[in-house]
Design a protein around this ligand. Structure first.
Ligand code: NAP
Length: 282
C-alpha cells in the first residue's frame, strides 16, 4: 500500500499564523497601534490547564497580538467568575475571551461559558454560539473541531457522503465536531461510553475522529483499509493520542500525527477567530 499522507497540523498552523501576522498589523494601523487582545481566564492550579493557557498566550505574542491573563484561585465561586467575565465583556479593548476548561467543581461552568458575549466567544463555548454553528449560521466554532475542519479542507479530504465516526461527545469536541461534519454532508455516527459494538461501528468509517481522552483507545484492527484518521487526543506522559497510530497508520490513507496534528491547529484557530473578532469590531 502507498504511504499515508501525514496531515501536518504544525506546518499548517505556522502558515496560518504567518497570515495572521499581516492581519494583526493591519488592525493595529487602523486602531492607533492597539493590538487585538485575547483574554484568558485560568481558574485553579491544574498544571495541564496552565500549560494550555501559556501556549495560547505565546501564540498571541507570535502573531503580534496581546493576551490579558486572568488567574483566579481554586476557591473561586461562580459569582466571582461571572463578575470577571462581565468586566471583560464590557472592556472594548478585549476582542476574545477564553475560559480554560475545566474549572473547579464548585463552579457552574455552563453558566459561566454562557455569560461570554457572543461577539467575544472566540472558542465557541456558548449555547447560542453552538446553536448558530449547528444551524450553519455565522458563529465561531469550538476551536479544536474548527481546527480539524481547517486541516481536512487544506488537504482536500472529501466529506460529502462519507461515513464518519466520531468517538466522543463532549460539548467542546465530539458534539460540535459531529455537527460540523454533518453540515458538510458527511454521514455521521457519534459514539460514546454507552455505545455497543464500537469496534464494528468504527470499521464502517471512511474517516474516524478520536476524541475519547484515553491513550491508544482506538485500535488498528478497528480501522478500515484506506480510512482517514483524525486523532484529537493528547496524552503527554505516553506521548500518544486516542488512536493507536503506530499500528493504524499502516492501514490508513492519511492521519494527523500526535503531537503536531490537531493540537497546533486548535491554538492557531483560536487566534484566527480572535483576529476575526477584532476585524469585525473595527
Ligand atoms: P471528555 O470531556 O472527557 O469526553 C470524552 C468522551 O469520550 C465522552 O463523550 C465519553 O463518553 C467518551 N468515552 C469515554 N470512554 C469511552 C469508551 N470506553 N467508549 C466510547 N466513548 C468513550 O474529553 P474531551 O474534552 O472531549 O477530550 C477528548 C480528548 O481530546 C482528550 O484526549 C483531550 O486531551 C483531547 N483534547 C485535545 C485538544 C487539543 O487542543 N488537541 C483540545 C481538547 C481536547 P460519555 O459522554 O458517554 O461519557
Amino acid at each position: 500500500m502507498t504511504q499515508p499522507t501525514i496531515l501536518n497540523g504544525k506546518e499548517l498552523a505556522q502558515s496560518l499564523e504567518s497570515s495572521l501576522k499581516t492581519r494583526v498589523s493591519a488592525i493595529r494601523e487602523k486602531s492607533s497601534g492597539q493590538a487585538p487582545i485575547l483574554a484568558t481566564i485560568l481558574v485553579g492550579d491544574d498544571p495541564a490547564s496552565a500549560t494550555y493557557v501559556r501556549m495560547k498566550g505565546n501564540a498571541c505574542t507570535r502573531v503580534g497580538m496581546e493576551s490579558k491573563k486572568i488567574e483566579l484561585s481554586q476557591e473561586t465561586t461562580t459569582e466571582q467568575l461571572l463578575a470577571e467575565i462581565d468586566s471583560l465583556n464590557s472592556d472594548p479593548a478585549v476582542h476574545g475571551i477564553l475560559l480554560q476548561h475545566p474549572v473547579p467543581s464548585q463552579i457552574n461552568e455552563r453558566e459561566c461559558f454562557d455569560r461570554i458575549a457572543g461577539n467575544k466567544d472566540v472558542d465557541g463555548v456558548t449555547c447560542l454560539g453552538f446553536g448558530r454553528m449547528a444551524m450553519g449560521e455565522d458563529a465561531y466554532g469550538s476551536a479544536t473541531p474548527a481546527g480539524i475542519m481547517r486541516i481536512l479542507d487544506h488537504y482536500s479530504i472529501e466529506l460529502s457522503g462519507k461515513n464518519v465516526v466520531v468517538v466522543g461527545r463532549s460539548p467542546i469536541l465530539g458534539k460540535p465536531m459531529a455537527l460540523m461534519l454533518l453540515n458538510r454532508h458527511a454521514t455521521v455516527t457519534i459514539c460514546h461510553s454507552r455505545t455497543q459494538n464500537l469496534a464494528d461501528i468504527v470499521r464502517q468509517a471512511d474517516l474516524v475522529v478520536g476524541a475519547v481522552g484515553r491513550p491508544k483507545f482506538i485500535k488498528a484492527d478497528w480501522i478500515k483499509e484506506g480510512a482517514v484518521l483524525i486523532d484529537a487526543g493528547y496524552h503527554p506522559s505516553e506521548k500518544c493520542g486516542d488512536i493507536d497510530l503506530e499500528q493504524a497508520s499502516e492501514k490508513c490513507s492519511a492521519y494527523t500525527p500526535v503531537p503536531g496534528g490537531v493540537g497546533p491547529m486548535t491554538i492557531a484557530t483560536l487566534i484566527a477567530q480572535t483576529v476575526e473578532a477584532a476585524e469585525k469590531s473595527l
